[in-house]
Design a protein around this ligand. Structure first.
Ligand SMILES: [Zn+2]
Length: 534
């Protein structure tokens, strides 16, 4: 579109006539003035993606139409908004053109705008190597931003990191910025991933490899999951040095196992492609597989490893949990010391149990808007489920449950040990205490994912706790119309990447990357069966 036509369009918007951006003779395009939510997207697809530069008048109009047309866009943030819209890998020239336009108007772009510009450099870098001139431009922007502020906020640091990783020789200057982010928050997934990916893909120096692994470990420990690009960068690196593949790939698989990380389908496919590209005899074979009954791999016919932990691991776990976590970290903080003492005595007297049930959690697990009678009946039905298997049951509950249906609560009392805490207490510390105290065979019944308890155990014991939890946790799926309950039983084989026998690994993957995967125990539908030579 020529400038005149564009301006005519923009003027029509201002005159309230509505505007057809880039209207062609054949297609009726939606009118800008009528589509506020899509307007930025429209600006991107109809104008920014088709141009390398705009004239001053055009930029002025774009700016003015955004400020006039959007409540949240004002003179202070409009420049960053424009560069945010103009952020595709092929829009670097246009983004730079906008910054030049600002300077030509005597206005120096603010930090947010320059930060956005760095992101556009990074987007371009994802598609092609940047030139030496572009590297120099990035460094100049970074220096300007750092010269103006001794300490940068986390968002600015993230922008700078993205700029610096797009350079060849200066990306390590991003490391202190990652540390700076830690002053106010945990560095973001984007910042960690950008740096770890760069460290994997940069020159063949061993220390860069170690740096990448250190960053991955650090981010996983704060439950930030590396983006797909990080793994792809590692694969690209090992594709160039197949000799190093077994060691690096094993390290990756152990990392995925330790942190229970599922890679995405994109990563799994790239790994399979990598295996196919290797010269024969192949040091890596990768097949897509599914699991049969009881966790049998359809490709190699081996069973996945049982999730059960060893006696020694159980001893460590219960010791740590009972002593360090429950007592020293004061997990029973919302209970009175007298109540905790009374509970411990009660457990000493009545344990061991086969199953410990979180009564309140069960009662409310099919909805909270039930009558006390229904709530009590549900607890009684779950107790009956275990009593019919001759199991010794402990039900934990709250004092107010006494006032629920007498008949159902009587059944509970006559068929299980029942311990009621004061209404303010938290239930899971009691639940975990009684379960672990009863020994390695004891199960528990609750839908709670026990995230914070797992977290407080620290990086070494957390995976052991999760395995124990997976092996022993029952929960209620639903109750049918006729009152029958459907119970979710524990899955007995492992659900994360692990080695079943010398060099054979099973690696689950999910459809797409997600920053916050669920901590629940579900069997992933997709797996890779890998054979890795020593
Ligand atoms: Zn297999």
């Amino acid at each position: 579109m020529n400038n005149l036509r564009l301006l005519r369009h923009l003027q029509r918007v201002r005159n309230g006539e509505g505007l057809r951006w880039m209207a062609s003779q054949h297609k009726r395009r939606p009118q800008l003035g009528q589509l506020p939510p899509d307007r930025l997207e429209q600006l991107r697809s109809d104008l920014f993606e088709r141009r390398q530069e705009l004239a001053c008048d055009e930029w002025l109009e774009v700016r003015r139409s955004l400020v006039d047309g959007h409540k949240h866009i004002n003179a202070h943030n409009v420049d960053a908004v424009i560069l945010g819209v103009c952020s595709g890998p092929r829009q670097l020239a246009l983004a730079k053109n906008y910054v030049e336009f600002l300077r030509s108007q005597g206005s120096e772009p603010n930090a947010a705008t320059l930060g956005r510009l760095l992101r556009v450099y990074n987007a371009a870098y994802q598609e092609r190597p940047l030139s030496a001139t572009e590297h120099a431009e990035i460094l100049k922007i970074c220096e300007t931003l750092q010269a103006n502020h001794e300490t940068l906020d986390a968002i600015s640091c993230e922008h700078l990191i993205h700029g610096l990783v797009a350079t060849n020789d200066d990306w390590q200057r991003a490391l202190p910025l990652l540390e700076m982010m830690k002053v106010t928050s945990t560095p973001s997934v984007a910042a960690y991933s950008a740096l770890a990916g760069k460290a994997f893909s940069s020159a063949e120096k061993p220390e860069h490899l170690e740096l990448a692994w250190r960053l991955l470990e650090e981010m996983a420990l704060s439950r930030k999951l590396p983006r797909c690009e990080v793994y792809l960068a590692l694969f690209a690196r090992i594709a160039k040095q197949p000799g190093k593949l077994p060691k690096q790939l094993r390290r990756l698989l152990q990392f995925l196992e330790r942190h229970e990380i599922l890679v995405s389908q994109r990563v799994a496919e790239r790994l399979r492609d990598l295996a196919q590209q290797l010269p024969t005899p192949r040091i890596l074979e990768a097949k897509v597989t599914q699991l049969g009954a009881l966790g049998k791999c359809q490709a190699c016919q081996q069973h996945l490893q049982p999730v059960a932990i060893s006696d020694e691991q159980f001893r460590q776990l219960s010791e740590c949990f009972l002593e360090r976590v429950l007592i020293r970290r004061d997990v029973f903080q919302r209970s009175s010391p007298e109540e905790v003492a009374r509970f411990k005595k009660y457990v000493e007297r009545t344990a061991p149990y086969d199953c410990v049930i979180d009564g309140l959690n069960v009662a409310y697990s099919t909805g909270t808007k039930k009558s006390p009678q229904q709530l009590a009946k549900l607890v009684a039905t779950v107790v009956r489920h275990f009593r019919e298997q001759d199991k010794r049951v402990l039900v934990l509950g709250r004092e107010h449950m006494r006032s629920w249906s007498k008949q159902a609560m009587h059944y509970v009392q006559n068929n299980a040990s029942l311990f009621l805490t004061n209404n303010l207490s938290q239930d899971d510390p009691f639940l975990l205490y009684a379960t672990l105290r009863s020994g390695q065979e004891t199960d528990f019944f609750s839908r709670d994912l026990m995230r914070s308890h797992a977290f407080h155990l620290g990086p070494e014991l957390k995976p052991i706790f999760r395995r124990w939890q997976q092996e022993h946790q029952f929960s209620l799926v639903t109750q049918t119309q006729s009152g029958q309950i459907i119970v979710k039983e524990p899955i007995r084989h492992r659900l994360c990447a692990h080695e079943v026998s010398g060099g054979t690994w099973h690696v689950p993957y999910c459809e797409a990357y997600t920053q916050h995967p669920s901590d629940s125990f579900e069997v992933p539908a997709n797996w890779l069966c890998l054979k890795l030579s020593p």
